[in-house]
Write a protein that binds this ligand. Structure first.
Ligand SMILES: Nc1ncnc2c1ncn2[C@@H]1O[C@H](COP(=O)(O)OP(=O)(O)OP(=O)(O)O)[C@@H](O)[C@H]1O
Length: 262
């Protein structure tokens, strides 16, 4: 084995020296915008490439809105292709069209009809209704990402799963250890894809326990998975929302920022 190279086994890097980690952090220090100013400011630029970001919150707290905004802004700003895995028919092309239509001309310098066509063709939406379909899609994604590395094709830069909890929560109840190991496999595949292909992964996780303090549905085993976990909530009867950091590699938990969904 070459002493300067990290050893690679089944595509996983087993060790890295400090200089590798330093270069890696500097090179990967780039973000994809969510297009929601408060969230982008809170996260130092948006969704970090190479990381898995989780949005959690109660029903109607705005999780899908964050996904739709992120997909629209990333596609509109020529950052790459977005793969949107929709688990509950919440993907809304008309909402995307509305978001793209509202983008200022100073940000996207092209006629509105061309912009919409381009954005729509840069967002690939796929319905995924159970964990087995999810494994299949992720498997195909990995194969196509490996091909794109070799062929230099147009790369996916953002993978969205709205919501990952609706696929995983049904299989982890009770003493179902097989369900739990499937959940951990999904986590490992997502993090490996993010790391190996420098893509940003955005997932949503609904909350449970409405009366007291609502908690993210996927519990303790999943808690360690996301690099960043944001809790969002909607201010009653307004279009004002609050994002609060529950977990972050650099920021203290509890930091929060308001954002508006126009
Ligand atoms: N197409 C739309 N156009 C305008 N506003 C919308 C649209 N869809 C949803 N909203 C508004 O955004 C709010 C947040 O909805 P969203 O679907 O993002 O919540 P969520 O957290 O994903 O909910 P759930 O967990 O039930 O899927 C809703 O209360 C609704 O008022």
């Amino acid at each position: 084995m070459n002493e300067d190279q990290p050893s690679v086994e089944n595509g996983c890097v087993l060790w890295s020296n400090g200089m590798d980690l330093f270069k890696d952090a500097a090179e990967r220090n780039n973000f994809l915008p969510t297009g929601l100013e408060g969230i982008d400011m809170l996260l130092g630029g948006g969704l970090r490439k190479g990381h898995l970001t989780e949005i959690t919150g109660q029903s109607s707290s705005g999780k899908t809105q964050v996904c739709l905004y992120s997909a629209s802004h990333v596609a509109a700003r020529h950052m790459g292709v977005v793969l949107y895995l929709d688990t509950s028919n919440s993907f809304s092309p008309s909402r995307i069209a509305h978001i793209v239509d509202e983008l200022p001309i100073s940000l996207i310098k092209e006629p509105k009809d061309m912009r919409l066509k381009r954005v729509m063709s840069s967002i690939v939406c796929e319905s995924v209704f159970d964990v087995f379909a999810l494994f299949e899609v992720l498997d195909q994604l990995e194969a196509s990402m490996n091909d794109k590395v070799n062929s230099g094709g147009n790369k996916i830069c953002l993978l969205i799963i709205d919501s990952v909890s609706s696929l995983l929560a049904p299989i982890i109840g009770g003493k179902n250890s097989q369900g739990r190991s499937m959940m951990i496999s999904v986590a490992m595949i997502l993090k490996k894809l993010a790391d190996k292909h420098n893509l940003s992964v955005l997932v949503t996780n609904h909350t449970v326990g409405g009366n007291g303090a609502p908690k993210p549905a996927l519990g303790e085993s999943w808690k360690a998975v996301p690099h960043v976990r944001l809790m969002i909530s909607r201010d009653h009867g307004s279009n004002m929302y609050t994002a609060t950091v529950l977990k972050h590699t650099l920021l203290a938990s509890g930091r929060h920022m308001k954002f508006v969904v126009p």
